[in-house]
Design a protein around this ligand. Structure first.
Ligand code: SF4
Ligand code: SF4
Length: 425
């Protein structure tokens, strides 16, 4: 039995459940939250601010619609239609005035936490809304200083079938459910006399995970996702900001920063080889960095993929069981088993532990960056190839280029419009 370094007591998994103790072995301890260098986080946020995928990755966001199969297309279209009014309501929520006078001097943290849990949110934490993680295009939209971090558990059973439409459907369903419940929670905060601005799970204002880590709701996994205590990366996340009187929670060391370096199951099982074995320093934090251009082609063609979510022991068994097993055996719970590591790819086959699919290099050859930049590269190639002649044919090519660029620029201006933001960042 390994020596236990510290114990954490978390509220029970569901509202009304008894609290649960998590024992973290001493050899897995690092720091609460994430290992970071704050001056570097400051520097990158100031000099190289983050930007939304919906602005910086428009080329591949457009491309994915050309490779979705018909079932996925139908699923995405239905989701977009149902989700549109929820995202629109969230966007304007910060402008709604409170319905009562606040009771100054009364801390309402536990009132909000209790109401959020009663409404169905599974994890609730409070922290400073950290402007260092806000997207450049959203900086002037954010109004209030405190972040209420809200996680909703994606269904267990369908997720174990990923990649599949059965697993991908609930993922979108959860976004709609939590988005709609957040409207009611915001009303409740206003009834206490305070403002509430909803940061939708489908129209992200910022990188949400660092604030969830700061609020003690998990740690960043090697799969690039929040590993929450009970359901790992099945936590679907969003934020409500407020000016209410609240007390911030503290980050927690669940032992996962070290555990991921030992586990590596998601890294070993990723069909796109998009996950890194070693951590790197990235924008001031020490983390495993996902290689987007190797993930996106797989996600788009295989129902959102999510193999890295499905094969994670924290997702399947939860932190308490994973830590208990590691303390008793020094082993990663489920590692090497078909149950945890196996998956099938549509029209390919089943891949058990140690087996991976292979794809030719064309598979990964997709458009990157902004649509208008891809178009400009295409024009440059045509000019070099002599296809843009100084005659009628050349005018035609330039006319087509002009029309497409204005379409993309118009799209970029409407980027936060409801319905354009269905894809997860
Ligand atoms: S979604 Fe699939 S391809 Fe992307 S990182 Fe996860 S396992 Fe790899
Ligand atoms: S599979 Fe293992 S390495 Fe990957 S995120 Fe989960 S715990 Fe970390």
């Amino acid at each position: 039995m390994l020596k236990i370094g510290h114990s954490i007591t978390r509220p029970g998994r569901r509202h009304g459940d008894a609290p649960v103790d998590i024992n973290v072995p001493e050899e897995l301890e690092t720091v609460p939250g994430i290992v970071q260098r704050p001056p570097e986080v400051d520097f990158y946020s100031r000099e190289y601010p983050l930007e939304s995928q919906q602005i910086d990755y428009t080329a591949d966001r457009e491309w994915v619609w050309t490779v979705y199969n018909k079932d996925v297309l139908e699923d995405r279209r239905i989701h977009d239609t149902l989700n549109k009014p929820i995202v629109a309501a969230a966007k304007d929520s910060g402008d709604i005035e409170p319905e009562a006078e606040p009771n100054f001097g009364r801390d309402v943290t536990e009132d909000i936490r209790l109401r959020a849990r009663e409404m169905g949110f599974h994890e609730v934490g409070f922290t400073r809304f950290d402007m260092r993680y806000v997207f450049k295009s959203k900086k002037s939209w954010v109004k209030f200083p405190h972040a209420i971090c809200l996680a909703w558990e994606q269904d267990y059973e369908p997720t174990q079938s990923a990649p599949s439409l059965w697993a991908d459907g609930p993922h979108h369903g959860v976004y709609r459910t939590m988005g709609a419940v957040a409207l009611d929670l915001a009303d409740y905060i206003r009834s206490l006399g305070y403002h509430a601005q909803i940061h939708s799970p489908n129209d992200n204002s910022s990188a949400y995970i660092p604030m969830f880590v700061e609020a003690g709701l998990g740690q960043l996994g090697a799969n690039g996702q929040l590993l929450s205590p009970y359901f790992g990366s099945r936590a679907r996340i969003m934020i409500i900001t407020t000016d209410a009187e609240v007390t911030h929670d503290q980050p927690v060391d669940y032992g996962l920063h070290t555990f991921c370096s030992i586990c590596q199951v998601c890294v070993n099982r990723c069909p796109g080889r998009a996950l890194m074995r070693e951590k790197v320093w990235w924008r001031g934090a020490e983390k495993h960095k996902l290689i987007y251009k190797r993930c996106r082609p797989v996600m788009a063609r295989y129902e959102g993929c999510a193999v890295c979510m499905k094969t994670c022991p924290v997702q399947r068994y939860g932190v308490p069981a994973v830590m208990e097993h590691y303390a008793a055996t020094g082993q990663v719970l489920g590692k090497g088993t078909h149950l945890l590591e196996g998956y099938s790819l549509r029209e390919m086959k089943y891949y058990g532990p140690g087996e991976l699919p292979s794809f030719d290099s064309q598979f990964f050859d997709i458009p990157h960056g902004k649509s208008e930049d891809v178009l400009f590269d295409d024009l440059k190639e045509k000019i070099v190839a002599g296809e843009v002649a100084g005659n009628g044919k050349g005018d035609e090519v330039l006319q087509e280029f002009r029309e497409k660029v204005s379409t993309y620029l118009n799209l970029a201006n409407q980027i936060s419009a409801p319905g354009l933001d269905a894809e997860e960042a």
